[in-house]
Design a protein around this ligand. Sequence first.
Ligand code: CA
Length: 169
Amino acid sequence: MMMRGGRLDEGTLRVKVIRGWNLAVRDFLTSDPYVVLTSGCKRVKTKVINSNLNPVWNEELTLCVVDPRRPIKLEVFDKDTFSRDDPMGKGEIDIQPLIEAGMFLTDTRLSGDIINVVRPTPKNCLVGDSNIYFSDGKVVQDMILRLTDVECGEVMLQLEWSNSRSSRR
Ligand SMILES: [Ca+2]
């Protein structure tokens, strides 16, 4: 599906980690949360927000996507100074719908239109519908993920995909 002339489309994925809600307590009354994203062997992190269960990171992290079928791993941790950082839940970001939408990127007439909506299922952990649309020559997807392996917590993200092919034109 992602093969184009026998070659896999590669491109750059920017994940804006916007904020978290109702994250889990890992210190006495609060936590010092940060987010880690993993794609293949690359690992990127946000900064730590001290003593906040509803942190606003507003941070853009960049990942290279070699295999769009592999989801991006998201993990939240509580930063601790004198012990190992405690896990605060995790999630998986399915980037396939976004990258499939990116195949239509060359059609600039579609700018601003919603081109796909990913519905929440028990497997994808989405909170509400996730819209995919074009914006300034890129494909953008907004989503809120409910964290798993934890008692509570949600994270809001905005994904932005630009493929190598369209940027060369
Ligand atoms: Ca801590």
